[in-house]
Ligand binder design. Structure first.
Ligand code: AMP
Length: 393
């Protein structure tokens, strides 16, 4: 069976087509600058990479080209070969606790939740509509980034603000990267042959979050009402005292929206290093003695350690700490610095085993009090697996 995994952004559409028997990616690609001048797409299949310019007025244009190309490149011989489509959805509110089949109501609910995810949910809705137009009979499933976190206790998801804000406006912690944390949970449980694990999953990419998981369920997570909260990130602040907002508004004559944009786009590794949001550049800066990079790297590490330590206590210890996403999978130095700061808990790294990038690897020392693993994430595959399961039901 073939399943397509889709991630529609406001001006982009990312796709992967999986052969589910082998979990192999048959073709993947990205349409960019949809609705903007200079639109183009890239498609990768076998050993080929194709880049072409094309006018893309809307998501429907991208979907039409995508499906035509699949036939033209002989990846499939007819559109009926696509058995299902899974869409990544950033926000499912409190209502959606698992992946579901797309119905008219589900699509409208996703649009209604735009209030909580104004950059993402409207784009996801457009993605769904574009596919419905061209493939009206193909079953579609939606997979929510927030769903995995809906098992948190109220004590963990509420903010200590007036309770009516929660009741009237749904102000609460939602958590994000749920599809990745769920994939990590599944992968490490398979690897260790146990479902009853206490896991601390560290998704450290350009965006990052740490999640505490017990018996396969999320107990707590570092992102909050929006993906701004939690650990320091590439360009996002992570946790900050919100009194900074009115203070800097007055100093710089900016609006609240502008400060929020600075929090999201000009902060984190970029804000502190004054150089780059990319952890590879920060690492190079550290090696060449750049003081701002050294500071940024140390702040990043401490912010991750703070959450691991909190969740270690909240879970009553941990069986395994997993590192995933761009930095977690690839940055040997960042993992080493994080684990060094956990030595008080008896957690120890095997330095030689840690000298690896992007591979499922056990990296804890033999005498470590808790296992440490690199677990490459695969959100696209998780979306495809959910889609397959739901359409087979
Ligand atoms: P993601 O958002 O998961 O794609 O992760 C992006 C982040 O991963 C960026 O900060 C990259 O610098 C970082 N990254 C990717 N490859 C490496 C690497 N080899 N070493 C260090 N960081 C890396």
């Amino acid at each position: 069976m073939k399943i397509m995994s889709i991630n529609a952004g406001s001006s982009s559409l990312k796709f992967s087509l999986f052969e589910m028997d082998t979990k192999e990616v048959l073709v993947s690609g990205l349409f960019e600058r949809i609705g903007i001048e200079g639109s183009f797409y890239t498609i990768k299949y076998q050993d080929y990479k194709l880049k072409e310019e094309a006018p893309l007025n809307d998501h429907a244009d991208a979907v039409k080209i995508l499906l035509d190309k699949l036939i033209e490149l002989q990846i499939i011989s007819s559109l009926e070969e696509i058995d299902g489509i899974g869409h990544r959805i950033v926000h499912g509110g409190s209502e959606y606790t698992k992946s579901v089949m797309v119905t008219n109501k589900v699509a409208e609910d996703i649009l209604k939740l735009s209030d909580l995810a104004p950059l993402h949910n409207p784009a996801h809705y457009l993605g769904i509509k574009a596919f419905q137009e061209v493939l009206p009979k193909t079953p579609m499933v939606v997979v929510f980034d927030t769903a995995f976190h809906q098992t948190m206790d109220k004590e963990n998801y509420l903010y200590a603000v007036p309770y009516e804000w929660y009741e009237k406006y749904k102000v609460r912690k939602y958590g994000f990267h749920g599809t990745s944390h769920r994939y990590i949970t599944k992968k490490i449980s398979e690897e260790l042959g146990r479902d009853d694990l206490k896991i601390i999953s560290c998704h450290l990419g350009n965006g990052g979050s740490v999640t505490a998981i017990k018996d396969g369920k999320c107990v707590n997570t570092s992102m909050g009402f929006t993906p701004l909260a939690g650990i320091m990130m590439g360009t996002r602040t992570g946790d900050v005292d919100c009194s900074i907002v009115p203070y800097v508004m007055e100093k710089e004559g900016k609006s609240a929206g502008e400060i929020l944009s600075d929090f999201n786009k000009k902060s984190g590794l970029l804000g502190i290093s004054q150089l780059s949001s990319d952890s590879r550049d920060i690492e190079d800066g550290v090696k060449s003695g750049n003081e701002q990079c050294i500071l940024a790297q140390e702040m990043f590490v401490r912010s991750v350690v703070k959450y691991i330590a909190q969740y270690y206590v909240e879970l009553g210890g941990a069986d395994v700490i997993c590192f995933t996403a761009g930095i977690g999978e690839n940055s040997i130095d960042t993992r080493r610095m994080i684990v060094e700061k956990l030595s008080v808990l008896g957690i120890k790294l095997d330095l030689e085993a840690n000298n690896v990038r992007g591979k499922l690897t056990k990296i804890s020392a033999k005498d470590s009090s808790c296992l440490l693993y690199i677990v490459p994430t695969n959100e696209e595959l998780m979306i495809a697996l959910d889609t397959l399961e739901i359409i087979n039901r």
